[in-house]
Design a binder for this molecule. Sequence first.
Ligand code: HEC
Ligand code: HEC
Ligand code: HEC
Ligand code: HEC
Ligand code: HEC
Length: 461
Amino acid sequence: MAGERPGSAQRRSPGRSAAALLPWIAAASLGACQPILDAEALRDPRSCAGCHPDHYREWSGSMHAYASTDPVFLAMNARGQRETGGALGDFCVRCHAPLAVALGATTDGLNLPELGADLQGIGCGFCHSVEAVEGTHNNPLALASDGVMRGPIADPEVTRAHRSAYSPLHDRDSLDSAALCGSCHDIVTPAGVPLERTYQEWLGTLFAHDDPFQRLTCGGCHMDGRDGEAATGGPERRVHGHTFAGVDVALVDFPEAEPQRQAIQDQLDTVLFADLCVTLRPEGWRAEVTLENVAAGHSWPSGAAHDRRAWVEVAAWSGDQAIFRSGEVADGQPVVEVEADDPTTWVLRDRVYDSLGEPAHMFWDVASYESELLPGPTALSPTDPQYTDTHVSREYALGAQAPTRVEVAVHLRPFGLDVIDDLIDSGDLDPVYRERIPTFTLEGGALLWTEELGRECVDPG
Ligand code: HEC
Ligand code: HEC
Ligand code: HEC
Ligand code: HEC
Ligand code: HEC
């Protein structure tokens, strides 16, 4: 995901004053005839596919399309409604199927499977109708009902399908666009716990910057630019990816499964920089592993970090004798199980607790959290007062015997199997989904130190 810097040759010039006139110009040139797509058609992504085939294809495989058909989501919401006696209300579904809530088609998400495809997930019509962001978390987005599709193009071709207008909320070069994405990517639970903080994290990084050369918004990294048509037959422009790949994969049959998985792997391979130093100290041999988040504009992992399980595996040998192992997790084994047996296991995640201080899994039980994530960068130069060192290290005591080979790997499961098991045990989730949870291994975290190298430290470069 090459962050396309604002100010690059391809940059569009929004021209605010012209943009303000656009709805009027578009309406005037349409004359008396109504746009073809009425309110109902505008909220159905399938009605966009004919003219915006690439946007449709990419979006159809995204987690935005999947958000309200995700079996784990449906299971958790159902359990939440039951365990809170309905007090959860529309809390979950207001982000996972915002249009269904806005239209009054659901109040608690329990009837989602009966609703039509046009009301599922976060669709085209939802994002492209946002006219204002009225808060920083829990989806405070206000929708226009004027039928205008808001987007990044200052001079859209007139189409009979819909009216169009430029909006800074939909322009990745504008800081405002991060407020649109961020206000859903930041969750404060009904009990007041800031459980998912991607937007707050981003605001603390060097990317949330007034200087357009330093600025990278959510879209700046997550919506890759390429040259092509924004609509079939339209002029060549800079258009933007709609795969919204992160770390989650669909657990049911879903479009675009392979391209999504590949996009996730590609991002994961380059998100970290790792190094490893093997040294002899008076106390014995030590392996020091250092990780740095070099590409995410927020912590890594981020967002649902209470559900993610990222961990570091370290193994040392002397000849062919294994002398040390940490973070060795078998297929299908929950990471927490290994962690409980071996305190040297390095796990990157949020740990969440209920009001009694016991480990919790479910949003509505969470009273506090402890965060162990790789932070996003705050400044480029160590002399900058904003700079905080983002290298996170762990030391492993290998013992007295000299190692000849030390290997490191970093893995991520988008969803902890302990959380999945909890949902299966409560009868809310079908056990078939358990084995579909992937385990990714990050190329940037793969390190090999050998005695023959003749030096203490190695990195993948
Ligand atoms: C009959 C063809 C057609 C259909 C159907 C259609 N569009 Fe468009 N749309 C266009 C054209 C043409 C443009 C202008 C493209 C350009 O100028 O490069 C456009 C532009 C846009 C823009 C950019 C607006 C801007 O100013 O940045 C958005 C967003 C958009 N459409 C969303 C949608 C959505 C969502 C749907 C489905 C609900 C949809 N369109 C259906 C033809 C269509
Ligand atoms: C500098 C580039 C950059 C910026 C800016 C950025 N991201 Fe990311 N984001 C990444 C990378 C790289 C990843 C890691 C890929 C992964 O973990 O699969 C990621 C991962 C994610 C994930 C999945 C995280 C997880 O672990 O669950 C979400 C959700 C996300 N970003 C949303 C956002 C939002 C919302 C914003 C703006 C507030 C944003 N990102 C800004 C680069 C960026
Ligand atoms: C999560 C919100 C979101 C969803 C869902 C979404 N879009 Fe977009 N879309 C955006 C943003 C943000 C941009 C602007 C990117 C930029 O800065 O140029 C955009 C840009 C566009 C553009 C302008 C051309 C371009 O690529 O920049 C078109 C056309 C478009 N989207 C159509 C669609 C269609 C059709 C769908 C559904 C199949 C859809 N979008 C779903 C947020 C969304
Ligand atoms: C209406 C609320 C909403 C808005 C607005 C929104 N998102 Fe999302 N986004 C979600 C939800 C909900 C999911 C998770 C769906 C799931 O996995 O079930 C998600 C998933 C994602 C993922 C994949 C995360 C993963 O771990 O796989 C990325 C990346 C992402 N969004 C980026 C963006 C960007 C960039 C924008 C702005 C252009 C944006 N989102 C706007 C609600 C929203
Ligand atoms: C403020 C908007 C918002 C609210 C409220 C919300 N979610 Fe989400 N949800 C998201 C976003 C954004 C993601 C993607 C996060 C990421 O990838 O880091 C997500 C991801 C998920 C996922 C899939 C990813 C994962 O691994 O956790 C599940 C399941 C889920 N949410 C369940 C729920 C349930 C159940 C509730 C209510 C108790 C809820 N969400 C409330 C925005 C929201």
